[in-house]
Write a protein that binds this ligand. Structure first.
Ligand code: AMP
Ligand code: GLY
Length: 439
């Protein structure tokens, strides 16, 4: 197969690598790509939202599969244009991409399909916003209805701040969704979909706030890890049955089947898992850690999904152990990241994914907020963390910073669990069971 990946971030670097590792793949092309993808694939300068240009490039390359990384090209109809041209595309139609493109639409589908999610109100004016804020109370959750590049959601205890965000969204001509606050740890669950069938990946967790301990503004994601030792064993099964399958059925019933990656953002509340958000593409940086653990041929699986043939795929194999990804960000991220800063990092290391870098003369410099994602692997999360942090210390981004607590708590929980398991297999050692954190 010849595969074309659209996009230029760490997620696309990881997707291109996963295709490159598939034994059926002879060539990987990325548009526009980055210095990391250039080390093993061919980059093509192109606007991935330009439908005609994408179709024409895919035709020239005789691409057997196009994988769309970011949401913007999907919302712009790139997958429709490719399918109309007879080219297999892993990514939903513009209509189906509204699951991410419009929070109000996503809520409408979830309510119709009986999917557990936060109660919400769609508001077109300040009065209805105000009434909805009072109905749900603090903490207030205010969402811009349209795509806002990760800046559309404000969760605040301060009513004035919540109202101010709603007014900003309304002022730019967007509807506002006010929601009930969902309390519980967040999980990202990705499902490969062919319109009817589902192949779920293992769950991952993302760290959205910029600072250690979960402080500061929301970002695109500062790190991620998988697996989640603290999540219920039946989480994937439960979410497939209560969320993914009903959503696919609802989308098919509307005449807009969902083909591609459904990103289910969940809060594990005391009343069970509830949907915080849908995205219609792989998450970033969860994809980087997840794909580094996949042993199955990803290009073949995405091609099967694109053709509606997922029922013929056995399953998705993940390797044993854990993966942790830590984002190295440029100074000022997420508000105003410094560009053109010097970067010292390899371009051909599968564990150093490029996100916001570009080549300037002989130098590598920053071109975006999230600069690199550094992966670590190990039998345990503690081992994977140590590996990731050891690697990140060997890189340099002038003025750059990263969180130091990615997967720390989960690694501690996993270690405590293992201690308890060990104690359980030696009954005479029962003090572990009574003293252990997890007992
Ligand atoms: P979204 O873009 O919808 O994923 O929202 C961004 C982030 O805001 C999520 O990852 C959550 O951390 C938070 N968030 C969104 N909706 C809710 C909610 N209903 N309750 C609590 N937190 C939320
Ligand atoms: N990591 C969050 C996202 O991709 O939306």
């Amino acid at each position: 197969m010849t595969v074309l990946v659209l996009g230029s971030g760490g997620r696309e670097h990881a997707l291109a690598l996963a295709c490159h590792r598939d034994p059926d793949v002879v060539a990987v092309h990325v548009a526009p790509g980055n210095p990391g993808t250039a080390s093993f694939a061919t980059n093509h300068p192109l606007d991935p939202c330009d439908c005609d240009a994408v179709v024409s490039l895919a035709r020239d390359l005789e691409a057997d599969l196009v994988v769309v990384g970011p949401e913007a090209p999907l919302v712009a109809g790139v997958a429709d244009a490719l399918r109309d041209a007879g080219i297999d595309c892993f990514g939903p139609s513009a209509e189906a991409a509204r699951l991410e493109g419009s929070k109000a639409f996503a809520k409408e589908v979830m309510v119709a399909a009986g999917v557990p999610t936060a109660a919400s109100r769609s508001c077109d004016d300040v009065d209805s916003v105000s009434a909805a804020l009072d109905e749900f109370g603090a903490p207030y959750v205010v969402k811009d209805d349209g795509l806002a590049g990760g800046k559309g959601v404000v969760v605040a205890n301060d009513r004035t701040e919540a109202l101010a965000h709603a007014e900003r969204c309304l002022g730019s001509g967007h509807r506002v969704v006010i929601e009930e606050y969902l309390d519980g740890p967040e999980v990202s669950l990705f499902a490969i979909c062919d319109g009817t069938h589902v192949l779920p990946m293992q769950p991952a967790q993302d760290f959205k706030r910029v600072g250690d301990g979960g402080v500061g503004p929301n970002t695109g994601g500062m790190g991620a890890y998988t697996p989640l030792p603290w999540a219920p064993d039946d989480l994937v099964e439960t979410v497939s049955a209560t969320v993914i399958t009903p959503t696919l059925r609802a989308m098919a019933d509307r005449g807009t089947p969902f083909v591609g990656l459904l990103y289910v953002g969940l809060a594990l509340t005391s009343a069970g898992p509830k949907v915080v958000e849908f995205n219609v593409r792989f998450g970033d940086p969860e994809t980087e850690v997840l794909l580094s653990m996949v042993e199955s041929p990803m290009a073949q699986i995405m091609a099967a999904a694109a053709r509606g043939e997922l029922s013929g795929v056995d399953g998705l194999r993940f390797r044993y152990g854990a993966a942790v990804g830590v984002v190295m960000a440029s100074e000022g991220y997420p508000v105003s990241p410094a560009k053109e800063r010097q970067v010292v990092a390899p371009v051909d290391d599968e564990d150093v994914l490029h996100a916001g870098t570009r080549i300037e003369g002989d130098d590598l410099v920053t071109s975006g907020g999230r600069v690199l994602i550094v992966l670590g692997h190990g039998e345990t999360l503690a081992g994977a963390r140590a590996d990731a942090y050891r690697r990140i210390d060997q890189l340099e981004v002038s003025g750059g910073f990263h969180r130091t607590d990615i997967a720390r708590h989960a690694a501690e929980l996993q270690a405590a669990d293992e201690l308890a398991d060990e104690a359980a297999s030696y009954p005479e050692n029962s003090t572990y069971l009574t003293d252990g954190e997890s007992s």
